[in-house]
Ligand binder design. Structure first.
Ligand SMILES: Nc1ncnc2c1ncn2[C@@H]1O[C@H](COP(=O)(O)OP(=O)(O)OP(=O)(O)O)[C@@H](O)[C@H]1O
Length: 262
């Protein structure tokens, strides 16, 4: 069974200026099996975040349906966790309490919350920072804490909306490595949005390339490369360059007047 499925999904938003509706996403069908990591790439404004929001139940599709674990998504889904570019940590809570937030909401007893948060912080290389506050950490460390918080609720499906785009290139590579290892170790299913083509190739089993708005899928690419759990090594493979070139061509980078990616 597919873990997450978009069936002929479309989404339109009311356009305040014209008073009509504007189509953001058109006729998208994507099926992702348990344990698969899939990336969405496409020009800015093509509807990638809108798709993720429909996956989590935050937005409802105008047409079509979304399923998680065979059940139609009709509102926020417990099995799905979101991670965004902004870490959204609460400044007044310690790192440990930020990581345990979802568990607290779920009513998990304090001792268990502390244990889970401690284990995840160690796994995310933040041991010793449990009692620190977000402002005392670097951007990369805060994003690690956000990753630990996302994993704390043990979601089946992770929706990742450019989680590393605000980080410097080297920090980003190290976090990608941690994420990839955790996804592989826990067989999590993930749908990842990125503008970084090599990041998409390094982390994914499959890629979907979207057109400009209204976003549709223009190409599905199977990343037939080893080392999905080791993106630092996968990046070094000779096949990466040609694959990146193919994506650049599909996205018409440098071929048109406008910037396809930014
Ligand atoms: N809540 C909303 N109300 C109205 N329009 C919206 C809403 N959310 C998104 N849109 C519109 O839908 C289109 C797609 O936006 P979306 O954020 O999904 O694109 P994106 O591909 O994620 O962009 P980027 O790569 O720049 O993050 C845009 O034109 C955007 O203005």
């Amino acid at each position: 069974m597919m873990e997450i499925e978009f069936r002929n999904v479309g989404k339109s938003f009311p356009d305040k200026q014209s008073g009509s509706v504007r189509e953001a996403v058109a006729n998208v069908s994507i099926s992702i099996a348990k344990g698969e990591v899939v990336s969405l790439i496409g020009p800015s404004g093509c509807g990638k975040s809108t798709l993720l929001n429909m996956g989590s139940g935050l937005y409802s599709p105008t047409v079509g349906e979304v399923y998680v674990n065979g059940k139609q998504v009709k509102g926020p889904v417990r099995e799905v966790a979101f991670m965004l570019q902004k870490d959204l940590l609460m400044q007044w809570r310690t790192i440990e309490d930020n990581v345990a937030l979802g568990l607290e909401i779920a009513g998990t007893p304090r001792a268990q919350r502390k244990r889970v948060a401690g284990e995840l912080l160690e796994r995310c290389h933040l041991k010793g920072y449990e009692k620190h506050y977000p402002h005392q950490l670097s951007g990369g460390m805060r994003q690690r804490a956000a990753l630990a918080r996302t994993l704390a609720v043990d979601p089946q499906v992770m929706l990742l909306d450019e989680p590393f785009s605000a980080l410097d290139a080297q920090t980003k590579m190290v976090l990608q490595q941690d994420l990839a290892q955790m996804l592989a170790e826990h067989k999590k299913t993930a749908l990842f949005i990125t503008h970084d083509l090599v990041e998409a190739i390094a982390l994914s089993d499959r890629l979907f390339v979207m057109s400009e708005r209204p976003g549709t899928i223009i190409e599905e690419i199977i990343v037939d490369l080893p080392l999905r759990d080791n993106p630092l090594e996968r990046r070094k493979l000779p096949q990466i360059g040609p694959l990146q070139g193919r994506l650049m061509d599909l996205l018409k980078i440098g071929k048109e007047d406008k910037a396809a990616l930014h």
